[in-house]
Design a protein around this ligand. Structure first.
Ligand SMILES: NC(=O)C1=CN([C@@H]2O[C@H](COP(=O)(O)OP(=O)(O)OC[C@H]3O[C@@H](n4cnc5c(N)ncnc54)[C@H](O)[C@@H]3O)[C@@H](O)[C@H]2O)C=CC1
Ligand SMILES: CC(=O)C(C)=O
Length: 260
């Protein structure tokens, strides 16, 4: 069903992984898509996939940690696609490091991308919705690590807890403008991010390559790793009219791994 026919959605980190799957799912739902990432070549490939689904796509290179670049991405989406209705703040990076070893530069970098990036996305999108005089939806990437702090992923977990705080506060501040703000909390999704995490665990703990990933997946009640499409299906719900009465929430979509 084309639940968001004619809407314009911007997805950050859409060059690959979960962001790519969200871009394609929202296109199937009827939206035109602004694809934002660091890598033009990857974005061009996703744009071609969106076009093959019969929707318009545009790409914009931006580092979400840079406020001006995020604002410019939103301007570009509106100008190129003729509207602006849905903002998906998906871009993020991981970091495997013991808390006692983390450096200021590493901490600054991950907070700048994972937390500041979402904050600038909330700001830019909400200001644009207000300027256009209509409501809108803001959807942020948190994680099961936003509900439970993981060993060796401590700073990453802190950034994902922070996303829940921003999501709740923004929901309260923006409700009177008809803007809803929610987050999605995936579990263990088989993307490049988990390849990096597994590699980091090998270095940090001496685990066999693949062993950490397998151990996490073994804990999933539904018995398999999550796919980017599993996440995108939930984001599709958040972006559509069935979620109009939902705001400030950060549900886990993890196959049954973390229970809160
Ligand atoms: N893979 C997983 O198991 C889980 C992922 N998540 C979250 O989902 C989101 C997407 O993750 P994946 O697709 O797995 O990661 P990924 O590493 O496969 O893709 C991330 C994308 O974000 C882009 N990106 C990174 N830094 C950026 C920046 N500063 N500005 C713009 N784009 C940037 C990358 O170029 C890449 O295309 C992240 O926020 C992540 O924390 C949450 C829970 C689990
Ligand atoms: C990458 C991530 O958020 C986890 C906990 O798997």
């Amino acid at each position: 069903m084309r639940t968001i026919d004619g809407k314009v959605a911007l997805v950050t980190g859409a060059g690959q992984g979960i962001g790519r799957a969200i871009a394609l799912r929202l296109a199937k739902d009827g939206a035109d898509i602004a694809i934002v990432d660091l890598h033009q070549d990857k974005m061009a490939a996703v744009a071609a996939e969106v076009a093959a689904l019969g929707r318009k796509a545009t790409t914009f290179v931006a580092d979400v940690g840079d406020r001006d670049q995020v604002y410019a991405a939103v301007e570009h989406a509106e100008k190129t696609l003729g509207g602006f209705d849905i903002m998906v703040n998906n871009a993020g990076i991981a970091q495997v490091r013991a808390l006692l070893d983390v450096t200021p530069a590493e901490t600054e970098r991950i907070f700048r991308i994972n937390v500041d990036g979402v904050l600038w996305g909330i700001q830019a999108a909400a200001k644009k919705f207000r300027a256009r005089g209509h409501k809108g939806k803001i959807i942020n990437a948190s994680s099961i690590a936003g509900h439970e702090g993981y060993a060796l992923l401590g700073v990453y977990s802190a950034t994902k807890f922070a996303i829940r705080a921003l999501t709740q506060a923004a929901a309260k501040e923006l409700a009177s403008s008809g803007i809803t703000v929610n987050a999605y909390c995936p579990g263990v999704v088989g993307t490049d991010m988990w390849v990096e995490i597994d590699k980091g665990m090998v270095e940090a703990t001496g685990a066999e390559p693949g062993a950490t990933y397998r151990k996490f997946v073994e804990g999933i009640a539904l018995g398999r790793a999550e796919t980017p499409d599993d996440v995108a299906a939930f984001v599709s719900y958040l972006a559509g009219p069935d979620a109009d009465y939902m705001t400030g929430q950060a549900p886990m979509i993890d196959g049954g791994l973390v229970y809160r």
